[in-house]
Design a protein around this ligand. Structure first.
Ligand code: VG1
Ligand code: CO
Length: 543
């Protein structure tokens, strides 16, 4: 094997603390850019010698070329084995499962998740650690340091691997196994859920539409829903992964999956609508006439998980990201199990899952998952819903209403302000920080501030601390507003404003969401002086 050492220099634009690198595709295609990040990753994890890696992506433009680059570099860095999805396809949860199943040392997942794909859109590389989860902060910090210190990278001159053909081949001294991307994942799902009950549900005439948004879940959903579970052909729509996701925005929410939501609100709605994102880790659940917020979905799945075989013995605990509504905390309380509140991002759930403190986790951004992998898992959430529907034999809308009647309703909405000038966004956050100690007792828009702080997290497992994770303003009467800046955008800054209002137990659960949130929203806008600082209060995206 002829290892070439090529000179290179440091790359710009890393964000320490994020689990990967997300940039415009053309930036990734610049000479040495991808190579630098990949070499920095090998350096950050203490080298590739003797290691096994999983490699795959969501099928977006540049996916296959990036895989060839990574395979050659892995071989040059001494890896013994690479496991690659056929056609370069692996959903994020499937990659997480393959890492765990094969006791691999980590994996490269090529995706910018829900960001659009194509030569003029976004690309990304995430490195997942040996537990199958996103690299924790101590590892991303090492990778980041390596991107600054880098002077050379290693590769070999070898022919490209034929990614279309399942089987084993060599790249230099490294063995490459091209595997069916769906197979192992499907077996895992079959081991967790009552497929017979779900099959019977479909056989009884239950109808569903799953929008794969031309992204990675198409092959998974087709094989599992239409193949194994007998859902009607055509249940999966937009099921062929395309390099530009059909020019869509593969983000499963009422904005970007509007056609599906419109169908679900119409007279011809099927029983269940669902969608997943670019890399298959997010999910949207819509019943006939009933959109389920991700925060509610987490709570309802947790409250009903025992109806599926994998969770028959109950849950160890429930974790949610800080901006996610408190709905799941109420479920944990009723079940008598621990509830954890972590910073945004799946990597913070890893330790809790690894030591068995929690079984189910979720984020308001449409991510739900469990201890079966170390990523959020879109199709898993859909299958758990199906398993619950098959057992309860009620509609989604009835299950949601039952839940609100039992626990009260957490009205919830997120406002995104995109492409804000970075200095303005920072000013807004700094302005909030400066007021934190004075906010308690202030009255705005008819609400009194109960408490305000900036969220910090102390990991109960390894003692690590994460600061500056978002400003929280709690109001008397169960309202809350949270401000934070996105870490995944690729252009300017994105301000996220998360709004929440609890109805109270036995409170009014029939209001329109935005009506119920009006006071919290107005108070948040006034306290942050958003209009004065960024010149608008109307968001680009409301979910
Ligand atoms: C967003 C979401 C966050 C999620 C992250 C990655 O981050 O808010 O909840 O974990 O995307 O999701 P941010 O920093 O832009 O708010 V994905 O589907 O990229 O793996
Ligand atoms: Co994603």
């Amino acid at each position: 094997m002829n290892i070439e050492t090529r000179r290179t220099k440091a790359i710009a634009g890393q964000k320490p603390g994020t689990s990967g690198l997300r940039k415009k595709t053309r930036v990734f295609m610049e000479p040495n850019y991808l190579e630098n990040f990949v070499q920095a990753t090998f350096d950050g994890i203490g080298g590739g010698a003797g290691k096994i890696f999983v490699v795959g992506g969501d099928g977006r433009f540049f996916n296959k070329a990036a895989i060839q680059t990574i395979l050659k570099m892995a071989a040059a860095n001494g890896a013994t084995t690479a496991i690659v999805g056929q056609d370069g396809i692996l959903s994020t949860p499937a990659a997480s499962h393959l890492i765990r199943q094969n006791a691999a040392d980590g994996g490269f997942i090529l995706s910018a998740s829900h960001n659009p794909g194509g030569i003029d859109e976004d690309f990304g590389v995430k490195f997942n650690a040996e537990n199958g989860g996103p690299a924790p902060e101590k590892l991303t910090a090492k990778i980041y340091d390596a991107t600054l210190a880098i002077t050379e990278y290693k590769t070999i001159d070898a022919a490209d691997v034929d990614l279309n053909v399942i089987g084993s081949t060599q790249v230099g001294d490294m063995v490459v196994h091209v595997v069916d991307p769906v197979d192992s994942y499907q077996k895992l799902m079959e081991s967790m859920f009552d497929f017979n009950a779900i099959r019977a549900l479909f056989a009884d005439g239950f109808t569903m539409k799953f929008d794969a948004m031309h992204a990675v879940t198409g092959p998974y959903a087709t094989a599992i829903l239409e193949g194994a579970l007998g859902a009607k052909p055509g249940t999966v729509i937009n099921g062929i992964p395309l390099e530009d996701f059909g020019k869509g925005h593969p983000d499963p929410n009422p904005i970007w999956a509007k056609p599906l939501v419109d169908l679900m609100m119409s007279d011809v709605a099927p029983d269940l609508g669902a969608a997943s994102d670019g890399d298959g880790d997010r999910n949207m659940i819509v019943g006939r006439g009933a959109y389920v917020t991700p925060s509610d979905s987490l709570a309802i799945l947790a409250a009903n998980a025992h109806l599926a075989p994998a969770y028959r013995d109950g849950l160890a605990g429930i974790a949610r990201s800080m901006p996610t509504s408190a709905a799941s905390d109420r479920v944990a309380k009723k079940l008598g199990i621990d509830a954890f509140e972590t910073p945004t991002g799946w990597k913070f759930f890893g330790n809790l899952l690894d030591v068995g403190k929690v079984t189910i986790c979720g984020e308001e951004s449409a991510g739900t998952g469990s201890s079966h992998v170390r990523e959020k898992d879109g199709l898993w959430a859909v299958l758990l819903w199906l398993n619950i529907l098959a057992v309860r034999k009620q509609s989604v809308a009835d299950i949601v209403t039952d839940h609100w009647q039992a626990y009260g309703r957490d009205y919830y909405s997120r406002f995104d302000y995109e492409d804000v000038a970075t200095d303005k966004a920072n000013q807004l956050m700094d302005g909030l920080r400066a007021q934190l100690t004075d906010l308690a007792g202030r009255n705005e828009a008819g609400l009194t501030v109960k408490a305000a702080d900036e969220f910090s997290y102390l990991d109960p497992v390894d003692g690590s601390q994460s600061h500056n994770q978002g400003v929280r303003i709690m109001f008397d009467g169960g309202g809350r507003a949270v401000f934070r800046l996105s870490g995944t955008g690729t252009q300017g800054a994105t301000i996220r404003l998360y709004l929440e209002q609890f109805s109270g137990v036995n409170g009014d659960i029939s209001q329109d969401t935005q009506d119920a949130l009006k006071n919290v929203r107005d108070a948040a806008h006034i306290i942050s002086d958003m209009e004065g600082l960024i010149g608008r209060i109307t968001p680009d995206v409301v979910t």
